[in-house]
Structures are given as structure tokens and as C-alpha cells.
Design a protein around this ligand. Structure first.
Ligand SMILES: Cc1cc2nc3c(=O)[nH]c(=O)nc-3n(C[C@H](O)[C@H](O)[C@H](O)COP(=O)(O)OP(=O)(O)OC[C@H]3O[C@@H](n4cnc5c(N)ncnc54)[C@H](O)[C@@H]3O)c2cc1C
Length: 375
């Protein structure tokens, strides 16, 4: 991987834009095909969404169209640690989504039906089984959606491991190298421009997360991608009372390899902020049905993001740290404390003392902020 001093090659078979998990995994796999690969990242590898996901490796509760892909990915995760020669904190201890209402139970029943069509191990647990699997969490559980061979891993480590393994296979990775423009010749990609130089390439793989819409628009493709900022908190070190990843009505949690927990919003909590931007307005009709469906889960904000979006163009600089919605972080933290029978070893919540180690927004139909605060 470039340490920032190596100069860009003049050409490559494939240029990948974006050093998140999509770009790094693609570089790793393309390099295995003896294709010359250059990856360009405007900031740090895993500097944006790929270091802020919850880290669930989940087949359950997905849209039917996603299930085959998720199942195939899940099979690959089992061997990744060995294959990439890196500790990515992979744990295969299952994912549990406990339900308290009749409607949620009905939704989980439908998930089990879809899972069965694809031969997954997903099943519906009874209240008693949920209690037995997770005695540390309180709830008037009616049922639980459970997939024993789902799991979790550390997104940042997994992305960095793919990057390092891609480099070992000969891919050239350039962090701090933002793409400013894609050049077309006769309707085809011919070169990629950065502030550090230009690379001729016959193929470009755009894996730029939230930056993808602007890059695509610059070559005449309109993609409906919009961010929703969802905060994620990390506890201080504590007793890892479970190795399950849990998505409950008012809190989500994942044990990390550092004896901490990531805490996010539950499936019924108000979970994030949607900043209205020009892109949101451009694709308003497309977003509207989903927005109506999920209205109570997001705050709609009209502010500086809209003004900034008028500037348009490709942002080739690493994004500045966005604001954190402390109210949501606190609500999720409260959910964790109230649900968990595990209060004592946690420190006192103190937002002012919190460290905001990293945060950002992401694509894939939603974005998130990772807020690491002391509990
Ligand atoms: C709240 C939330 C929770 C999630 N939880 C999970 C989970 O539990 N499990 C799971 O599997 N997934 C989860 N996801 C999804 C997961 O985070 C994303 O799918 C994944 O990280 C996207 O990776 P990416 O490489 O596509 O994008 P990113 O990680 O965003 O990477 C894109 C990269 O492109 C770079 N870039 C942008 N523009 C340019 C440019 N002009 N030049 C050069 N580089 C550029 C950016 O700097 C960035 O590093 C979650 C997502 C959200 C929103």
C-alpha cells in the first residue's frame, strides 16, 4: 500500500474508486485474476462507512432478493480470517431479534418463511427459548428471530485486512488520493484524474459509497443514493455478557473483541437524521414511499447540508466529521441500560467526556455515524 510518497502509475487495467470494504474486497479479488488494479481513496482506508457499520453478518430478516447474496457472503466469512491472514474478530454465535408485539412476531414469521425457502437455519424461538438464550436482557418477549450461524466481525479490521491482502497480491492502493474526474473517450472510460495525477484505464469500478452519486452524475448517470445519519455508540470496557449480536425493539448491540459493546438503534426506535439535499429532491418521488413507511424512524432536517449540496461536483477531499445526534445516542444507551441486566460494571454516562473517535455517514440506503462515547 502506498505510504503517500509513491507516485501513481500511468495506467491500470482497472481503477477502483473508494477504499471501503467494497473497494478493498474488489481489489483483492481482481488482483487474484492477474488484472492490474489501482485503488484510489480520498481519505484513509476504511475511513468512512466501512469502519462504522454495526458489524453484523446477517442473513436473517432480509428482503427476499438479498437473501442468496447474504447467504453466499456468510459462507465466505467463515474462512476469511484464515484467508486474509488477519484477526477480523469474526464470531459465529448467532443473531437474535427478540419481539414483544404481535405485529413483530408476524413479521418474524414471514422472515422465517423466506429463510426456509432458501434453506437457511433461521427459526422462530418461543418466549421461553429467547429467555434461555439471553437471560441478561429484560423484555416481555413473545418470540425471537434467531439464526445460529449468523455472526459478526469488526468492519474496520475486515476492510483493512482486505486492503493488506490485496496489496500482497499486487494491487496498488493509494489513500489520500481523491478522484476529481473520470475521462470518457467515445462513450467509454479512458482515464481517472486525481489531484496527484492521471491514470489511463479501460475500466473503473466506482465503490465510493456516498461519493458514488456525484461521481456517477459526472458521467451522466443519476443514482438515487441518500444518507441517513444513524449514531452508533461504543461502551467502555465491560464484561462481555453475550457473544450474540442483538437487534431488539429499542436497542441494537454487538459485543466487540475489545470487551466493549457497540450500541445502535432498535427496530422501533427513532434512529437517525435525513438531511435534505439536492439529491434527495432530485429523487424525491423514488424516496417518498420508503420515507412514508419509515417516517417515524427518522428526523427530516433542512439546513446547511442542502446549501452545501448546491455546490455539486465530486468531493475529492476526505469528508469532515459530521455532527452527532446526541439525543439518539442517549436514547439507545438508555435502551441498553434498561434492557440489560448488566448495569453495574458500566461507568457513568457522560457525554462531555466522550471521545468522538470516528464518525461518518454511509450509503446502502442509509448512513450512520459511529460515536464512541464513554458510558
Ligand atoms: C447504521 C448502519 C449499520 C450497518 N450495519 C451493518 C452491519 O451490521 N453489517 C453489514 O454487513 N453492513 C452494515 N451496514 C452497511 C455497511 O456499513 C456498508 O454496506 C458498507 O460499509 C459500505 O462499504 P462501501 O465500501 O461500499 O462504502 P464506504 O465504506 O463508504 O467506502 C467508500 C469510500 O469511497 C471513498 N470515496 C468517496 N468519494 C471518493 C472520491 N471522489 N475519490 C476517492 N475516494 C472516494 C470514501 O472516502 C470511502 O472511504 C450498515 C450500514 C448502516 C448505515
Amino acid at each position: 500500500m502506498s505510504n503517500g510518497t509513491a507516485s501513481l502509475p500511468d495506467e491500470a487495467d482497472v481503477v477502483i474508486i473508494g477504499g471501503g470494504i467494497t473497494g478493498c474486497a474488489s481489489a483483492y479479488n481482481l488482483a487474484a485474476k492477474k488484472v492490474s488494479v489501482v485503488l484510489l481513496e480520498r481519505g484513509a482506508i476504511a475511513g468512512e462507512q466501512s469502519s462504522r457499520a454495526w458489524g453484523f453478518i446477517r442473513k436473517q430478516g432480509r428482503h427476499p432478493a438479498e437473501v442468496p447474496l447474504a447467504a453466499e457472503a456468510s459462507r465466505m466469512w467463515v474462512h476469511l480470517q484464515e484467508e486474509l491472514q488477519a484477526d477480523i474478530e469474526y464470531v459465529r454465535e448467532g443473531i437474535l431479534a427478540p419481539a414483544e408485539t404481535e405485529a413483530d412476531e408476524a413479521a418474524w414469521r414471514e422472515s422465517v418463511r423466506i429463510a426456509a425457502m432458501h434453506g437457511l437455519s433461521t427459526r422462530l424461538l418461543s418466549a421461553r427459548e429467547v429467555e434461555a438464550l439471553l437471560p441478561q436482557m429484560k423484555g416481555n418477549w413473545r418470540a425471537g428471530l434467531y439464526t445460529p450461524d449468523d455472526g459478526h466481525a469488526e468492519p474496520r479490521k475486515a476492510t483493512e485486512a482486505f486492503a493488506a491482502a490485496a496489496a500482497r497480491r499486487g494491487a496498488k492502493l493509494f489513500p489520500n488520493t481523491g478522484v476529481t474526474r473520470i475521462e470518457l473517450a467515445n462513450g467509454r472510460v479512458s482515464a481517472v484524474h486525481t489531484r496527484q495525477g492521471t491514470i489511463r484505464a479501460g475500466a473503473v469500478l466506482c465503490a465510493a459509497g456516498l461519493g458514488t452519486a456525484a461521481i456517477a452524475r459526472s458521467v451522466g448517470i443519476s443514482l438515487p443514493i441518500h444518507a441517513i445519519r444513524l449514531p452508533v455508540a461504543e461502551t467502555e470496557k465491560t464484561t462481555p455478557f453475550t457473544q450474540l449480536a442483538i437487534w431488539a425493539p429499542d436497542v441494537a448491540l454487538r459485543p466487540t473483541g475489545r470487551n466493549t459493546f457497540y450500541i445502535g438503534s432498535g427496530f422501533h426506535s427513532k434512529s437517525g437524521d435525513l438531511d435534505v439535499t439536492l439529491d434527495a429532491l432530485r429523487h424525491f418521488k423514488l424516496f417518498l414511499p420508503r420515507l412514508k413507511e419509515n417516517q417515524r424512524l427518522v428526523n427530516i432536517r433542512v439546513g446547511t447540508a442542502l446549501l452545501r449540496s448546491f455546490a455539486g461536483g465530486i468531493n475529492s477531499n476526505a469528508e469532515a466529521e459530521p455532527a452527532i445526534n446526541d439525543e439518539i445516542v442517549e436514547r439507545n444507551t438508555r435502551g441498553f441500560r434498561e434492557r440489560s441486566r448488566h448495569h453495574a460494571p458500566l461507568g457513568r454516562a457522560n457525554r462531555r467526556d466522550s471521545r468522538y473517535d470516528s464518525d461518518h455517514r454511509g450509503a446502502s440506503g442509509g448512513g450512520e455515524f459511529l460515536y464512541r462515547g464513554g458510558l
